[in-house]
Each structure stands twice: as C-alpha cells, then as structure tokens.
Design a protein around this ligand. Structure first.
Ligand SMILES: [Zn+2]
Length: 96
C-alpha cells in the first residue's frame, strides 16, 4: 500500500501552502539599443543586440537585406516603363 498521511491537513493549512504556487509573470527589462521589452540575460529578439554587441541576425535584418538587393535594379526599370507608357498613351490620344 502507498504511504498515507498521518493526519488530515486542514483547509487553511493546504490553502496557505498553495498561496505561493501561483505562476508569476516574468520580469522584463529594456533593450539598451532599441528599448524593446525583453527578459534579462537574453539577446534582444527585436534588434539582435546583447549589451553593445550585435550577436543575432534577426528576421527583420534578412528582410531589409533582401529589399536592398532587389530594389536597386528594379527601380530604374520601372521608371523606364512608366516613361514609355506615358509616351505611348500620348501618341494614341493624338492619333484619335
Ligand atoms: Zn533591441
């Protein structure tokens, strides 16, 4: 047989014990680089800094890098297309 308690634990005694077993919210500090709320002793998930050093390459960094790569060649092409379309439409209007 399993071990049994010698005496009944009263309602108050049990509840008093359980008063400290609630889950507490984690303490949050602020990132020194971007002021984003983050738990202490952890690299910032927002900017990837730990103290003054950049440690993690975040998803946002990758997104920015992709944009910078893709934007440069595409911008001049769009401008050329727009100018061609404008001239074409003007020519058509004149024809009518
Ligand atoms: Zn940060």
């Amino acid at each position: 047989m399993a071990a049994q308690p010698k005496k009944k634990i009263s309602r108050v005694r049990g509840r008093t014990r359980r008063a400290h077993s609630s889950i507490k919210l984690p303490t949050l500090g602020k990132c020194s680089n971007c002021n984003h709320a983050k738990p202490p002793h952890i690299a910032c998930p927002e900017c990837g800094f730990y103290g003054k050093k950049k440690i993690i390459i975040t998803k946002a960094d990758k997104r920015i890098a992709k944009k910078l790569k893709t934007d440069k060649p595409s911008e001049p092409k769009k401008k050329e297309d727009v100018s061609k379309k404008d001239t074409d439409s003007k020519d058509k209007k004149q024809d009518k």
